[in-house]
Design a protein around this ligand. Structure first.
Ligand code: F6P
Length: 344
């Protein structure tokens, strides 16, 4: 019979997002209070694991962090399995395995997005016990219906769009707002729907700039005083431009309508998590420890049909959760006259 896990490590890797501390707290408190485990927090993602930089997470350190944005452990985009030409004498995977063994870890919890899960899968291949927890504002991790961080990001993006309506109305302008999402359009779609966007451009649907301009002109012809154009950062644009600036320039140049651009940027990733993200991150964290206690490793916790479940880490890697072109929200938006730039 396998021995009961007594000591686990935890790290947060990749871009930060609201809810990371709630997840750390969910893991830590469940591990300590329910299972009497010790919890080690690695500093700055995989960097801390490579360099053996860590802090003991006693229960007292987990109090008061639920509502905090960012991550108390710090994060980095370190990819230990990627060749590092400046440091080719250092074998990072080997250092990680040695540190894991020296610290007497029974399992490592990796909280992150796609890159983090890929590394977690490789560490599993090297014989470590690993459990992944999906996070990202982009909501693009394959194998789960939702990642924490997404709800907070769309709440912020929606509030920003709300604020653009009034100034757009006053000046009778087209307001272009660029939101994050990497190569997925989830933030643009959800915030675009919630914020009443007239045009929503996402990487999954090829747009035609003439179609976008026609929509803006049509609205003005119909005496609608302004237009809101929500643009995902990942749409195709000429390489010298950002998504929002390109669309804004085109509207200014090809229509008679004055256009302005807003790039929301890192505001989407900062600050306190929403209620739903606190709950989701806590559930993922606590559930991760339950599966560790059952001796189940090499898995990512996930949401399927609204229920907590797991998926093997090696099934998650190299895949993305993208918006399908016939997603119900896309269809509903279209039925209400929203343009995705692919009409006409
Ligand atoms: O993956 C989250 C994300 O915020 C993306 O939406 C964005 O493209 C990227 O990270 C920004 O990365 P960085 O923090 O490296 O600038």
């Amino acid at each position: 019979m396998e021995k009961r896990p007594k000591r686990i490590g935890i790290l947060t890797a990749g871009g930060d997002c609201p809810g990371l501390n709630a997840a750390i707290r969910g893991v830590g408190k469940t591990a300590i209070v329910e299972h009497g485990m010790e919890v080690i927090g690695f500093v700055s993602g995989y960097t801390g694991l490579i360099h053996k930089e860590y802090t003991m997470l006693e229960e007292s350190k987990l109090s008061g962090i639920l509502t905090l944005g960012g991550t108390i452990l710090g994060t980095s985009r370190e990819k230990p399995f990627k060749n590092d030409l400046n440091n080719d004498d250092i074998n990072k995977p080997e250092l990680i395995v040695n540190n894991y063994r020296e610290l007497g870890l029974d399992c490592l919890v990796c909280i992150g997005g796609n890159g983090t899960m890929k590394t977690a899968a490789r560490l599993t291949d090297m014989g470590l016990n690993v459990v992944g927890i999906p996070k990202t504002i982009d909501n693009d991790v394959w194998g789960t219906e939702i990642t924490f961080g997404f709800d907070s990001a769309i709440a912020i993006a929606t509030e920003a769009i709300d604020r653009l309506h009034t100034t757009a109305n006053s000046h009778q302008r087209a307001m272009v707002i660029e939101v994050m999402g990497h190569s997925a359009g989830w933030i643009a779609l959800y915030a675009g729907m919630a914020g009443g966007g007239d045009v929503i451009l996402i990487p999954e649907i090829d747009y035609n700039i003439r179609s976008v301009c026609k929509k803006v002109e049509k609205r003005f012809a119909e005496k609608k005083p302004y237009s809101i154009v929500v643009v995902a950062e990942g749409i195709k644009v000429p390489s010298s431009k950002t998504a929002g600036s390109y669309i804004c320039e085109c509207i200014s140049e090809y229509t008679g309508v004055e256009a302005r651009e807003t790039r929301l940027g890192y505001i989407q990733r900062g600050g306190s998590p929403t209620t739903m993200d606190r709950i989701l991150a806590t559930r993922y964290g606590s559930y991760a420890v339950e599966i560790i206690a059952e001796g189940k490793y090499g898995k990512m916790v996930a949401m399927k049909d609204g229920h907590l479940t797991t998926i093997p880490l090696n099934e998650v890697e190299n895949k993305l959760n993208l918006v399908s072109t016939d997603h119900p929200l896309v269809k509903m938006c279209r039925n209400m006259g929203v343009s995705f730039g692919d009409e006409y």
